[in-house]
Design a protein around this ligand. Structure first.
Ligand code: DOR
Ligand code: ZN
Length: 352
């Protein structure tokens, strides 16, 4: 019999589900593996109010396939703008369904044009978030076009995040999808109210993947893949047992035609094999036993949510990823399209 690994059902603390028929196409992949997911608010138009978040939540629940009804809980977020009012934070908190507020520096990434132009404009809102225990989720890259794309995360930490943590010492912060050894060092040294998510693709690839034999648009995401030394630092953080690092896929589907384009969109789709991709990385690092805390425990603890009571089982099974996945009227190219993976989620149990 092939080796198996049973873990508490994981959660995805950073997920793009899109909306409508596109959401219908990708949601089952996440709902099958994860108990809960933090749902990114960068729709067009963005989810800037609690009412919009609650309506989006209902659309997600309605789109769940029958066999996954009640098995998946979307954890909603608000999109922070220059005009977000403190009252909106209180409404969000009172709803019980909004679990974070997302800071996109304006222009930093996909659908971020409505984001924050200057964090100083958000002082009152951040004070309210600190007071009401509402986490701030950060896309940590500066937007100054003069800054080299590979330095944007480090400079964001130095110029924006570091002062922010001093001004709001109690604010709970998640630095999303970290990509550098600088981010790992910053989070490791920070107090326990500051944490980070790590994607499967930043653990698996360095920036060479973008240019292997030509330009590879399906490896393009933001923050962009970095040098090998940074990938190694991310792996050490993920397997190192520090509770401040946890799973967030940043699975971000885009139609194939918008990726294979003269100006291709940022975003890598990983939801079809999310837990398997992480399992491969952890196994290669000799740390499969660290997968459960990273994927299923640390994030729930940080978000002050109960740990999931159900479990999933992964088996050492060779399987092939499809070349394309249907995406509403389009298709998308998933990560590792046509390649083989060595772990597969094979079972899902109601009791731990
Ligand atoms: O690569 C990315 N894609 N990074 C983001 O921050 C946003 C995401 C998307 O929405 O496609
Ligand atoms: Zn994202």
């Amino acid at each position: 019999m092939s080796p198996t690994l049973r873990i508490t059902r994981p959660d995805d603390f950073h997920l793009h589900l899109r909306d409508g028929a596109q959401m219908q196409a990708v949601l089952p992949f996440s709902a099958r593996q994860f108990g809960r997911a933090i749902i990114m608010p960068n729709l067009k138009p963005p989810i800037v109010t609690t009412d919009l978040a609650l309506a989006y939540r209902q659309r997600i629940l309605a789109a769940l396939p029958d066999d996954l009804n009640n098995a998946f809980e979307p954890l909603m977020t608000l999109y922070l703008t220059d005009n977000t009012k403190p009252d909106e934070i209180i409404r969000a908190k009172d709803s019980g369904s909004v679990h974070g507020v997302k800071l996109y520096p304006a222009g930093a990434t996909t659908h971020s044009d409505a984001g924050v132009t200057d964090i100083a404009r958000c002082t009152a809102v951040l004070e309210t978030m600190q007071k009401y225990n509402m986490p701030l989720l950060i896309h940590g890259e500066v937007t100054d076009p003069q800054i080299d794309i590979f330095d944007k995360e480090k400079i964001f930490i130095d110029r924006i995040l570091s002062p922010l943590t001093r001004h709001f010492p109690e604010l709970r912060i998640v630095l999303e999808h970290i990509t550098t050894q600088d981010a790992v060092a910053f989070i490791s040294d920070a107090p326990s109210n500051i944490a980070a998510t790590i994607t499967a693709h930043h653990l698996r690839y360095n920036r060479n993947a973008l240019f292997q034999g030509g330009v590879r648009p399906h490896y393009y995401c933001l923050p962009i893949l970095k040098r090998e030394v940074h990938r190694q630092a991310l792996i050490r953080a993920a397997i190192g047992g520090n509770k401040k690092f946890f799973l967030g896929t940043d699975s971000a589907p885009h139609a194939r035609s918008l990726k294979e384009n003269s100006c291709g969109c940022a975003g890598i789709f990983t939801a079809h094999a999310a837990i398997e991709l992480y399992a491969e990385t952890f196994e290669q690092a000799g740390a499969l036993d660290k997968l459960e805390p990273f994927a299923s425990l640390n994030g729930a603890d940080f978000y002050q949510l109960p740990r999931n009571k159900t479990s999933i089982t992964l088996s050492k099974t060779d399987w092939q990823i499809p070349e394309i996945i249907h995406f509403a009227s389009d298709t998308l190219v998933p990560i590792c399209a046509g390649e083989r993976l060595s772990w597969k989620m094979t079972a899902s149990a109601q009791d731990n």
